[in-house]
Design a protein around this ligand. Structure first.
Ligand SMILES: Nc1ncnc2c1ncn2[C@@H]1O[C@H](COP(=O)(O)OP(=O)(O)OP(=O)(O)O)[C@@H](O)[C@H]1O
Length: 268
């Protein structure tokens, strides 16, 4: 029942702050959705398991559900900017079953056009783990790591193991919530995780053989060898790479380009 009351209040708040956008942080009951859509001035965004932006008045966005509230709202902001629904400095109203709030949009993370529609569940899951690792670190220390997802055969051709593979013979999948602690533990190793497109971790402690000179990568200045390897492997293969820098910044690369840059440790 609360969500009914809160969504009615959300309309009043949206009018007051001259916003057209109401974001549900969880899927509302159908009747709440329909009632809001009767108001033709509003655009409704639902954060849930599905991605669908064909209906421009009711957009569905899938982002990792267990992220902290700040990160969810930052990713929603990036999505609204990417969709051309909101500009920096404007605000939207958000509702969950227990709260109602206003988020003013700052350009606090970088996402290229199409990022949200293309990031499938394995990449999303690793983004979620990277965000947790960025915020929590490991045993009190910040850590960096690198995940390479998909096109495993080709990725292997451009890499070698730096240590005996701890995942050999184990069926550990990143989509399985129980795997998170294991991933976090092995994230402390040097090198990259190799993950299949279905989410199975095939190896950790892998060195990527990438020669940046021959690849003509266009990257922001100042990135070190982990990030050059991440971008480079995605240019050499069809893989996606998710890097976490010791500074806490998460980056996602595909086709040698950076698709997303976000530091959940920074308060904007
Ligand atoms: N080619 C590579 N393949 C796999 N892992 C790599 C590669 N190059 C670097 N790394 C990993 O990245 C770690 C950090 O390296 P470096 O400091 O040069 O990178 P960086 O991009 O500046 O990362 P950070 O921002 O976290 O410092 C290394 O200790 C190693 O574990």
């Amino acid at each position: 029942m609360t969500i009914h009351v809160l969504s009615e209040a959300a309309v009043a708040v949206a009018e007051k702050i001259k916003s057209r956008i109401i974001v549900f942080l969880e899927t509302p009951p159908k009747e709440v959705e329909s009632a809001l859509l009767l108001n033709t001035k509003l655009t409704v965004v639902i954060v849930g398991p599905v991605f669908d932006v064909r209906n421009r008045r009711l957009l569905r966005l899938s982002i990792p559900p267990t992220l902290d509230r700040e990160s969810v709202l930052n990713l929603v902001s990036a999505f609204l900017i990417e969709q051309g629904l909101i500009k920096e400095g404007e605000s939207f109203v958000y509702v969950s079953s227990s709260e109602l709030g206003i988020k003013s949009v700052k350009k606090n993370l970088f996402a290229v056009n199409g990022f949200f529609s293309h990031s499938q569940s394995v990449v999303q899951r690793l983004l979620e783990i990277a965000i947790e690792l960025s915020i929590e670190g490991r045993e009190g220390h910040p850590i960096g790591t690198l995940f390479v997802v998909g096109d495993v055969k080709n990725v292997m051709k451009h890499s070698h193991s730096m240590l005996p593979n701890p995942f050999k013979g184990h069926k550990i999948n990143v989509l399985d919530r129980k795997s998170k602690e294991i991933i976090k533990e092995f994230a402390q190793l040097d090198g990259a995780f190799i993950v299949s497109s279905r989410g199975r971790i095939l190896a950790a402690g892998v060195y990527l053989e990438v020669d940046p000179k021959s690849l003509n990568l266009r990257l922001p200045p100042g990135l070190g060898s982990r990030h050059i390897a991440a971008a480079g492997i995605t240019k050499l293969t069809k893989a996606t790479a998710i890097s976490l820098s010791e500074s806490g910044t998460i980056r996602i690369f595909k086709n040698g380009m950076m698709l997303l840059e976000y530091n959940p440790r920074m308060k904007y």
